[in-house]
Design a protein around this ligand. Structure first.
Ligand code: HPA
Length: 235
């Protein structure tokens, strides 16, 4: 049976799903990296594909922007389609001077201004953290590729255009590497429904300096991160 937001049939998704924000990126990943990929869902153009990578069955599906969007897709993938591992591959804005454009971040934990995890924990703070085994695999795979990653905490914001400019400095001081818009939601869903999740991010913008990657650089760094994500997904 399909869900309200996913039109696939039972069994159409693999247990491991890579999730970029942009559904066209999902198509790009499936065309470039998967073998025998076929489309499995397209409700609201939130495209999903299943194929194989190094002989292992894998899926890729867009998750849209923001905590509500990723929460809907992640919940339906886990609850109805049997997904057990969700790996977000996205971009972020760096908050600290020691984080550079093109860096790849393994998001260990995510603070947030979203209320979703407090709703889950009856008003209390909830530690929205990555699955340790997946995070360790990502770090080891990156070392093997000689492309070390940053490992640390990020901040998941509901607002891209945030009115409180002082927040960034405070977060940076507390060691938060970057800001993005989905991870606390993803890690919360994974915890609620017993799945395992990880998010990898490329630094596409620098909040302090205003620098940002050109479209070509975005593509190159994105590809490198996807290769890393596939190392994690296929191992
Ligand atoms: N803010 C929030 N999300 C983002 C950013 C940002 O600056 N850059 C990429 N994703």
């Amino acid at each position: 049976m399909a869900t309200p937001h996913i039109s696939a049939s039972p069994g159409d998704f693999a247990e491991v799903v890579l999730m970029p924000g942009d559904p066209l990126r999902a198509r790009y990943i499936s065309e470039r990296f998967l073998e025998n990929a076929r489309p499995v869902t397209s409700v609201r153009n939130m495209l999903g594909f299943t194929g194989t990578f190094r002989g292992k069955r894998l899926s890729v599906m867009g998750h849209g922007m923001g905590v509500p969007s990723i929460s809907i897709y992640a919940t339906e993938l886990v609850r109805t389609y049997g997904a057990k591992v969700l790996i977000r591959v996205g971009s972020c804005g760096a908050l600290r001077t020691d984080v550079k454009l093109r860096d790849v971040i393994v998001a260990m934990g995510a603070g947030t201004d979203s209320n979703v995890n407090r709703m889950r924990a009856m008003g209390h703070d909830f530690p929205a953290v990555a699955d340790f085994t997946l995070a360790r695999r990502a770090v080891e795979a990156a070392e093997k590729r000689n492309k070390p990653v940053r490992v640390g905490n990020v901040f998941t914001s509901d607002l891209f255009y945030h009115p409180q400019e002082a927040l960034n400095a405070t977060l940076a001081k507390m060691g938060i590497l970057a800001v993005e818009m989905e991870i606390a939601g993803l890690y919360g869903v994974a915890a609620e429904f017993g799945a395992r999740a990880l998010a990898l991010l490329t630094v596409s913008d620098h909040i302090l300096t205003g620098e940002h990657l050109s479209p070509e650089d975005r593509q190159t760094t994105f590809d490198e991160m996807i290769e890393l994500a596939f190392d994690v997904a296929a191992s």
